[in-house]
Design a protein around this ligand. Structure first.
Ligand SMILES: NC(=O)c1ccc[n+]([C@@H]2O[C@H](COP(=O)([O-])OP(=O)(O)OC[C@H]3O[C@@H](n4cnc5c(N)ncnc54)[C@H](OP(=O)(O)O)[C@@H]3O)[C@@H](O)[C@H]2O)c1
Length: 234
């Protein structure tokens, strides 16, 4: 069975943040998919490098990659949750402006600029622009509280995805923008929060995510999708 059923038998993919646990597993999974004719992975340390906190870097990477496209699938797999000595806030007293700004810069503002500069590289046929989001960014699903910066940065990312999905449909009528929840995955990001014990192996999560993406209906301009194929309330 094809892992990305709705992208046909000859698709091209680009993964941004390809050195992270999830990004690298997604690249590997597509490298072994016979229907994938090209998969490119870029990161801060790749030959064509990209730092999503710097718009010039984003713009440069998109113009260098233009000749490799159009891409049927673009996945942005960057993100932060903690950065020593700061860990996600459990209560209001722990809110810190530097941390709020850093988390929003990487999880929200950077992805907005990546969508701005990279959506032009999409195929005008059926295509997907995916940003790895997180279920904790669901406003409806927030029952536990805490993790203020991270939750809010992903909720704002989801709003950007939904808004861009509406605009991009006007010129790319078969494109869907996806906010994708990967599940808990064993990675550098999840490691301090038990990801090593409770998380899925990145390879397993990647396969599930690609299968779920393969089922996204063409009719949706945007969707908040879980790795298991279910949809999540915004
Ligand atoms: N793991 C989980 O359980 C889990 C759960 C829900 C959501 N997510 C989401 O999944 C995504 C991927 O996380 P992961 O678990 O794979 O973590 P990870 O292994 O730490 O990967 C994070 C990636 O983000 C990149 N990055 C950070 N700042 C960047 C910048 N300024 N420019 C370019 N790249 C930058 C890192 O690149 P460098 O190596 O250059 O720093 C790395 O490739 C994130 O959006 C995260 O919020 C993860």
């Amino acid at each position: 069975m094809a892992i990305l059923e709705n992208l046909g038998t000859a698709y091209k993919a680009l993964v941004i943040g390809a050195n992270g646990a999830i990004g690298s597993a997604l690249v590997k999974a597509m490298q072994s998919d016979p229907h994938c004719t090209l998969v490119m992975g870029i990161s801060r340390s790749s030959e064509i490098s990209i730092d999503i906190s710097n718009e010039e870097s984003i713009q440069h990477a998109s113009s260098v990659l233009e000749s490799k496209g159009p891409f049927d699938l673009i996945i942005l797999a960057t993100g932060i949750l903690h950065q020593a000595p700061i860990i996600p806030e459990k209560k209001l007293d722990q809110l810190n402006l530097d941390y709020l700004q850093k988390v929003f810069a990487i999880n929200t503002f950077g992805p907005a600029l990546v969508i701005k500069h990279f959506h032009r590289l999409l195929s005008k046929k059926r295509s997907l622009f995916v940003c790895i989001s997180a279920k904790v960014g669901s406003i409806e699903d927030n029952r536990l509280g805490g993790w203020y910066s991270y939750r809010a940065s992903k909720a704002a990312l989801n709003m950007l995805i939904k808004t861009a999905g509406i605009e991009i449909r006007r010129t790319y009528p078969e494109t869907t923008l996806v906010a994708l929840h990967p599940g808990t995955v064993n990675s550098r990001l999840s490691q301090p929060f038990g990801g090593e014990k409770t998380g899925q192996a990145p390879e397993d999560a990647a396969l599930k995510m690609l299968q779920a993406l393969g089922q996204v209906p063409t009719t949706s301009p945007s969707i908040f999708l879980s790795y298991d194929g279910s949809t999540i309330l915004w």
